[in-house]
Ligand binder design. Structure first.
Ligand SMILES: C[S@@+](CC[C@H](N)C(=O)[O-])C[C@H]1O[C@@H](n2cnc3c(N)ncnc32)[C@H](O)[C@@H]1O
Length: 435
């Protein structure tokens, strides 16, 4: 066995080691119990997302071979794919402790048994970029367990670690970095006419230019292969996952936006093309009684907002996009949004304008903001505008306190950019009542 990597079997021994270190816990109610340090938990893919993806992967008719995850972390994403596809898993993890927990988690999650497939799962401690070192280690380890042949690689999933300051990181700072990783593994992958099966988990904050860099890496290394970019939201008003699905894993369309509920997909929008986002900055904020729809940013960031909206437009409903800040895009209209838009999973809130102000809600003016809302019949107000993040929960608490015991509708505050006469712009804070 070469000494670049060390192989761990996913067996009872791995599990006993892990149990002595950290007792297994379900990350969320109803999910399987796994071993994780706090650091691993922060990096891990939620079980619901991993298993939903795994189900889709199982439908893609992968070429023969094993599932490779060269930055396996807790191993739960790898395990979920192995379970759904009934394939052998090969995880590689640089951090020895994480690798040991990963082997234990694989053992916990995979169906028990003594067949060669069950005995062939491995987690290697070592560098995920060193494909030949990893393969020779895998080969020796399987041989010493009596498994004569090393399976080919059917699919590569990678969820690289990224710097904590994800807003500004470069692609090279991904660990392991994408280009060298794919250069190392693609020659070892089993491919059919659809090209290699790759699932690349990327930082949801990648800029458009960085996504372009990923596209050119794939153009170079997996040319003429379909790929689908996927934005996924869990409804918290942010993009939770950005991934690229390549070759057998790609959909016919190039772009996809998914809204996930707690355990299942609630809505999917796909398109072959992205649309331009045209945000209308008007000289006036939305008027009193105008209708405001706060939209999940995923649908705009993926530039599938026009495909999405198309299904909801009719002769009476013709809204404009009015917002510069894409974190909480809004649609504004004179007429009420149709029922099927109000209940769309990509809609965060719907309301009618009841008050305006020029300054952001803060600790001092929160009672005044609350009183204005109360006068308009609002009894509970949610901040959906940019405020100092350190103070956001405190301002929200103050609003809740000021409206405590008030019987009224739910409402929210959004921030809308408005053009000024001097060519600049200012922000208007608009309170809406959910009718
Ligand atoms: C975002 S985490 C993966 C999380 C995983 N998808 C899960 O569900 O737990 C990335 C992992 O890559 C590991 N890593 C970073 N560089 C690596 C390298 N060159 N080779 C192998 N693993 C690496 C890190 O230690 C970290 O555990």
């Amino acid at each position: 066995m070469g000494d670049s990597h060390r192989a761990l079997e996913c067996d009872g021994r791995a599990q006993s080691w892990a149990t002595r270190k950290i007792s297994p816990k379900a990350q969320r109610k109803g999910e399987p119990e796994v071993h994780m340090t706090d650091q691993m938990r922060r990096l891990s893919t939620p079980w619901a997302i991993a298993s939903e993806r795994a189900e889709r992967i199982s439908e893609s008719n992968l070429p023969p071979g094993l599932i490779l995850d060269p930055a396996a972390g807790s191993g739960i994403h790898l395990a979920s794919i192995c379970i759904a596809t009934n394939r052998v898993g090969l995880g590689i993890e640089l951090d020895e402790e994480a690798a040991r927990f990963s082997a234990a988690n694989m053992n916990r999650l995979l169906v028990k048994g003594k067949d060669p497939g069950r005995l062939s799962h491995r987690i290697l401690i070592g560098d995920g970029i060193d494909a030949s070192g990893a393969l020779s280690c895998l080969h020796s380890s399987l041989e010493s367990s009596g498994v004569a042949s090393t399976p080919p690689i059917a699919m590569l999933h990678v969820d690289p670690a990224r710097p904590l300051d994800a807003q500004n990181h470069t692609l090279d700072e991904m660990a392991p970095p994408l280009r060298p990783l794919l250069e190392a593994w693609l020659p070892h992958m089993e491919k059919d006419e659809r090209g290699p099966a790759l699932l690349l988990d990327l930082s949801p904050r990648l800029s458009k230019a960085q996504r372009g860099e990923v596209d050119s890496i794939l153009d170079d290394l997996a040319p003429n292969t379909n790929r689908t970019w996927e934005w996924l939201s869990q409804g918290g008003g942010r993009i939770d996952r950005l991934s690229v699905w390549v070759g057998p894993l790609a959909a016919p369309e190039r772009f996809r936006s998914i809204r996930m509920g707690p355990s299942s997909v609630q809505s999917v929008v796909t398109s072959a093309e992205q649309s331009l986002f045209i945000s209308e900055k008007r000289t006036m904020p939305p008027s009193f009684d105008d209708w405001v729809v706060v939209v999940d940013p995923t649908i705009v960031e993926s530039r599938l907002h026009m495909d999405w909206l198309q299904n909801h437009l009719d002769d009476d409903y013709n809204p404009i996009w009015q917002r510069a800040n894409l974190r909480r895009p809004v649609l504004v209209s004179k007429t009420p949004p149709p029922e099927n838009l109000r209940t769309d999973p990509f809609v965060i809130a719907v309301g009618q304008v009841v008050a305006h102000r020029l300054s952001a809600p803060n600790m001092e003016n929160a009672p005044t903001v609350a009183r204005a809302a109360e006068r308009a019949g609002v009894g509970h107000l949610v901040l959906r505008c940019e405020v100092d993040p350190d103070f956001h929960p405190k301002i929200q608490k103050r609003l809740n306190k000021a409206l405590k015991g008030i019987d009224g509708k739910r409402g929210f505050v959004i921030d809308v950019p408005v053009s000024s006469r001097d060519g600049g712009w200012h922000v208007n804070y608009v309170t809406c009542s959910e009718n």
